[in-house]
Design a binder for this molecule. Structure first.
Ligand code: FES
Length: 84
């Protein structure tokens, strides 16, 4: 089962499921549609376990290790976020 981690917490996720469960780990969400950028989060490890960046993410020109948690899907393994 895929896992979303921070430095101090973790949460199980469904393969192919959204990262919106990361709200419980401290990610802040706004629009939920890839527009506001509020959910942009640095991924410390496991970037390859996420789906490819969406057009909304590409348009935002985020650093390569930052993803929009409302857009990314977790496919497998562990994704560690830069959160306490
Ligand atoms: S919540 Fe607005 S971009 Fe993700």
């Amino acid at each position: 089962m895929p896992t979303i981690k921070t430095r101090s917490q973790q949460k199980n996720a469904f393969a192919g499921g959204s990262m919106e469960g990361s709200a419980e780990l401290g990610v802040l969400f706004g629009c939920l549609s890839g527009v506001c950028g509020k959910c942009a989060t640095t991924v410390l490890s496991g970037l390859n376990n996420l789906s490819a960046p969406t057009e909304e993410e590409k348009a935002m020109k985020l650093d390569a290790n930052r993803r929009l948690m409302c857009q990314a899907k977790i496919n497998k393994g562990t994704v560690k976020l830069d959160l306490d």
